[in-house]
Design a protein around this ligand. Structure first.
Ligand SMILES: O=P(O)(O)OC[C@H]1O[C@](O)(CO)[C@@H](O)[C@@H]1O
Length: 437
């Protein structure tokens, strides 16, 4: 994996970083790296995530999923960090692009019932994931899925694998029914847990090379260094931080590979939930290359100068030639390989952003295989940890999400609290086309 930060330099972009500013930033990266390494060595909360390539037990995951290894479809019931990594991995690596991995990470009744009605539940494995074991959406969806299995005459205890913490209702349920259960790794926040059982179970069930993925992540761990000029992950993190400080408060992540679209979702949680604190943090935007050149690029190129555009591609791609056409006007496409066209689109977009002075960075994998994806996930986690150090925020917690969770819980439990009052006392000015109320 490599990272090209050339188009983030002040010589090209505004906001941009001068060479001197990069050199100054590099001194801070050295200190931050020291802090990160200390956290890794001591297995500190959060930093322990950067040890997963070494601490994750792939064999234990394979043993736990053995009873459902015959599954044609895997349904992951989880949300946030308990779903996004798993989807990213199967989308990138599964032979079918991840279509046999269905993720229920929302409680939309229309969607859930439609998904269940389309599944052959006897050939389905249920992967329930929750670090806390208390997340309402996950537990509700699991009870609905379980009920559907019972109604279909399928023994759900034979088709379910659980990943959760030591305590909580999900752990208790797994224990009561003697379900194959994997532990959420200690000291690892959900959004940093893709390289553990939290992200790897569906990939293991669907026959993906999870060991190769961990090897790729381990290779990326080897590149962590006290200088951003020696470490792709830190180069990316330092530039993202430096540009945010200079006004690039949005990070538009644009993978040029359909299989990496879920990666942009995973990245969005990692970046938003880790760095959105103390009134700062880049807002992640998701796009897809080349598709969103035809929907978002106008804004990225000619809109507010508040963005870093992150372009991502695998260098090696399968090939698919464009056939000849009868019209001369299409002659320029004849014999073009679609992959070549996609890469040309990336380079043209990159140049168009640079021409307009909009900062952009290119992240490249050798190819989209288990090693490549392992490198990418690990590098982005390390980049995020670095930004947290440079920004001086608490990277590994997400206190701001608790208010809403508790408010919903108070309503569901019929309590009358400050939070339920805040819900009831909403300021309303409804515009309904009948003069407003
Ligand atoms: O794994 P859990 O505990 O169900 O939490 C799911 C997600 O919800 C959050 O806690 C946010 O509400 C995320 O940090 C986490 O990834």
């Amino acid at each position: 994996m490599n990272v090209d930060i050339g188009n983030a330099l002040a010589a090209v972009a505004e906001p941009g970083l001068s060479r001197d500013e990069l050199a100054t930033l590099d001194e801070r990266v050295a200190r931050a790296h020291e802090r990160i390494e200390r956290g890794r060595t001591d297995g500190e909360f959060g930093y322990a995530a950067l040890n997963l390539p070494r601490t994750t037990d792939a064999e234990a995951i394979r043993d736990a999923v053995a009873p459902v290894a015959d599954a044609e479809t895997v349904v992951t019931v989880g949300i946030g960090g308990s779903a996004l990594g798993a989807r990213t991995i199967t989308s990138a690596l599964a032979a079918d692009g991840g279509t046999s991995h269905v993720v229920l990470d929302n409680v939309d009744p229309d969607h859930v019932s439609r998904v269940l009605s389309e599944l052959s539940l006897a050939e389905t494995a249920i992967n329930v994931v929750s670090k806390s074991g208390t997340t309402a959406e996950t537990l509700s969806n699991f009870l609905v899925v379980r009920e559907a299995m019972v109604e279909a005459g399928v023994d759900w205890t034979e088709r379910t694998v659980v990943t959760t913490g030591d305590e909580g209702p999900l752990a208790a349920l797994a224990d009561e029914h003697d379900l194959p259960t994997l532990a959420v790794p200690d000291g690892v926040p959900g959004r940093f847990a893709a390289l553990s059982s939290v992200g790897l179970v569906p990939a293991a069930i669907l026959g993906c090379d999870i060991e190769g993925l961990l090897d790729g992540a381990a290779a990326a761990a080897e590149t962590l260094d006290s200088s951003l000029f020696e470490c792709p992950a830190y180069a990316y993190g330092a530039v993202a931080y430096g540009l945010e400080e200079r006004g690039a408060t949005i990070n538009a992540v644009v993978p040029y590979a359909e299989r990496l679209e879920p990666f942009a979702e995973w990245f969005a949680q990692l970046w938003a939930e880790s760095l959105g604190k103390d009134g700062r943090g880049q807002t992640p935007a998701r796009a897809l290359g080349a598709t969103d050149q035809h929907s978002q690029l106008q804004l990225y190129r000619a809109g507010r100068r508040d963005k870093l555009v992150t372009l991502l591609r695998p260098r090696e791609r399968p090939s698919l030639d464009v056939p000849a056409a009868e019209a001369d006007a299409l002659a320029h496409l004849e014999g073009t390989d679609l992959g070549e066209l996609l890469d040309t689109e990336l380079r043209a977009t990159e140049a168009s952003l640079a021409e307009a002075g909009q900062p952009n960075v290119r992240v490249e994998l050798d190819r989209l295989d288990p090693r490549g994806l392992g490198e990418l996930l690990y590098a982005m986690e390390a980049a995020c940890v670095l930004v947290g150090e440079l920004a001086g925020v608490e990277t590994f917690t997400q206190p701001a999400v608790e208010w809403g969770k508790q408010a919903a819980r108070d309503v569901l439990e019929g309590d009358e609290t400050e939070k339920t009052a805040a819900i009831e006392d909403k300021h309303e000015l409804i515009v309904d086309g009948e003069g407003g109320r």
